[in-house]
Design a protein around this ligand. Sequence first.
Ligand code: EPU
Length: 435
Amino acid sequence: MEKVFLEGPVTLCGEVAISGSKNSMSAILPAVCLKEESAVCTIENVPIIEDAFCMCEILRELGLIVDFNIPDKKINVTGKVNKHVLSEKYVSRIRASSLFLGALVSAKGEACVPFCGGDKIGERPLDIHLHVLEKFGVSAFVNKGVIECKALEYPLKGTTIFLRYPSVGATENAILLAVKAIGNTSIYNAACEPEITDLAISLNAMGAKIKGAGTNVIHVEGVRELTNLKHELIPDRLECATYLLAFAITHGYGRVTGTIPEHNIALISLLKDIGIKVNYSADKIEIDASQSSYSPMQVDALPYPGIPTDIQPLLSTLAVLCNGNSVIRDCVFVDRFYHVNEYQKMGVNVTKSYNQAFVSGPQKFMGATVTGEDIRTVTSLFLAALAAEGNTILYGYEHIKRAYEKFNIKMSAIGARIKLEEIVLQSGIQKTSLS
Ligand code: EPU
């Protein structure tokens, strides 16, 4: 586990530029598997994060030629998918590898993908993905930890699907299966996250015919071929939310640039409701959290456009500092409360019951040694450490590197006092700085 030392408390102030979206990148790179051999796909504004390197390795394993130009933040993909079997090596690291089920069945009529990995945030079944595959006439079974899929008829035929829950990944798999199927597909109760829209925009640029992405009913008319792509990823709304909450938690003030404020309307509205000043224009959000106290909050993490489950742990950190009783409920990942146990080590008491955390504030975080085992738990502990009295040693920093570009550098630039152990990233080119 990689550790980071944090000195608190600090008041953050300054400007942060937001990088491209991890979860858009994670959906669009599998979609590139559907391209014709001669087509060239270029993805721009790629975040320089470990998950992006991992996705590139998976594409290379499938036979594609991938050039990741780090200074230009650009991934160029040429060549052709020449196999349908993936090894565990990279797939086991990220949840989004489940999208290779849809991508490979769509491209080759079959797929063998080991059970995907990703964050430990409670139960993450694949039943909705399997239901989608079944609707397209694909047999899927698990053999020694590998999901083996085979289309009973190929090319696939368009179909009508109702998702029992608007799963992001299952909606993306349904789109990937539908774009080259013969005839029309309708997906009801689809997820509406901006990353689904970004995937649809990319596929449409390659020649697909997808309508309704961003709403809960998506219609797809199958096409024979998908060709070239040049696409700039949307900004990462979760990275943006993280910095807004970092300013809030440290009673700081600053500006987040290169973002799409509309993607964070639920959070902006919540921050205003508890007494924090937030203003936004086309692509920036300004926050002034210099007030001495905030009102308590009632939060329900929900599918988009609700408060994202990914920032629920960070909001729990903020709730600790609010003046009164807050309730934080996660309706997406009901067990996503690992941060709460670690708070106890920082001298903070939060009661948990099923999918809710009850916080009686304000309480003070005290520096301690804490550990997180998924991206957002580690991030919420990082933010708690910024507000804490004294020094914190935080284990699990490698999870932050999966999702946040230059996190230590961006945080240091706005006033965080951080020291990292020296580590070489998978890219081999970027060493951590001591700040
Ligand atoms: N679910 C099922 N069965 C399924 C699929 C999902 O029961 O077959 C349940 C899950 O257990 C969960 C809920 O449905 O309770 C939502 O899961 P969803 O499928 O929507 O999530 P995902 O596609 O696995 C993506 C993001 C997550 C984000 C969720 C929810 C990517 C790569 N991951 O995951 O991001 O939390 O949507 O918005 O896009 C993160 O960035 O830290 C992260 C975990």
